[in-house]
Unconditional design. Sequence first.
Length: 346
Amino acid sequence: MIMKHIRSISLSLGFVALMVLTACSRQAEAPPIDGFTLHEDRDRGFAMKFPANWKVQKFPGEVIVAYGLPAMSGRFSSFGKGEGGVKIELRSVKLDSTLTMDTLIKNSQVQFEDGLQERYKISTATVGGKSGKKLAVNFDQEDGNFRSEAYFAEQDSLVTIVTFAAFGGTFESYESEFAEMLASVRLAKRPEPAAPKVDTSAPRGPEPPSDTLRSYTGSEFSIQIPNNFESKKAKQAGTLSSVNFFGSRLDCSIQVDVLDASKQNNLDKILEQNKATYQGGKATMTTLGGQKAGYFSYNPNNNVSSRAYFVVKGNKLFRVTMNWYKPEQSVYLPIFEKCLATMKFQ
């Protein structure tokens, strides 16, 4: 009985051209299987146990294949003469609008000249925990019976195909091993999207103020400031001392200036004298560090808001200025107010 090649997918499932010769009961050599090794595809993750003592070939993202008799590997594409041969293959195929699993199964078959396509048997099967299909066929060759079983299962629009095929009546010798290998299958899956690469050399944006505070204690006052803020002393004109507390945004800060109040320690008069300096607004009365205080709200520029607090303690005037970036007021102002609530004057 002669078969001619009609079509074959490029999966090399073993049916390209086939000649069936005189049937006989011969059995070829069955290369032994000595244990198993799990092989996994690095791109699509499909995996299966393969004979540990057989040479395994890998083509990333496509196929993992092993032959029991490497010298007979050509028979699975030419179906030429030879003595035996065993192939174990694990393959992944991406589906699209024109390629479905049923199309793959159909294209895995050749057409026999006698028209007896019923040699192919399609049944349901479980592969990698998924419901799939099994395509089986067997017929006689010169060196004995050829038998093949191919299993198909779909996941993530990828079809994983497991093929066991053997010439020379040797398939039955491996049935228990084939069953163990099939049970170990992991189906192909789409690779996880790569995490965006972070350019560590690129400038980083400003870090918001930490809501964890640390203590600062000086000779004239103490305050708790954000843990990620720095403190820097500076001599400002007309002041006894100045300390600036700031983070990565230099327009967001708390500055404490200490001035001489020995000649004028009346807070109301001091507020009135400074009114024009802070855009003419009326001072809001409050307390700060347990002392009577007043503050002016003003805008140094379009993007920054500020408050300047005035407190008299003994013969010293404390001016505490808060500045914050307007678009991030909800980030900075609550933390700054929390800081000022911890302030104490010596």
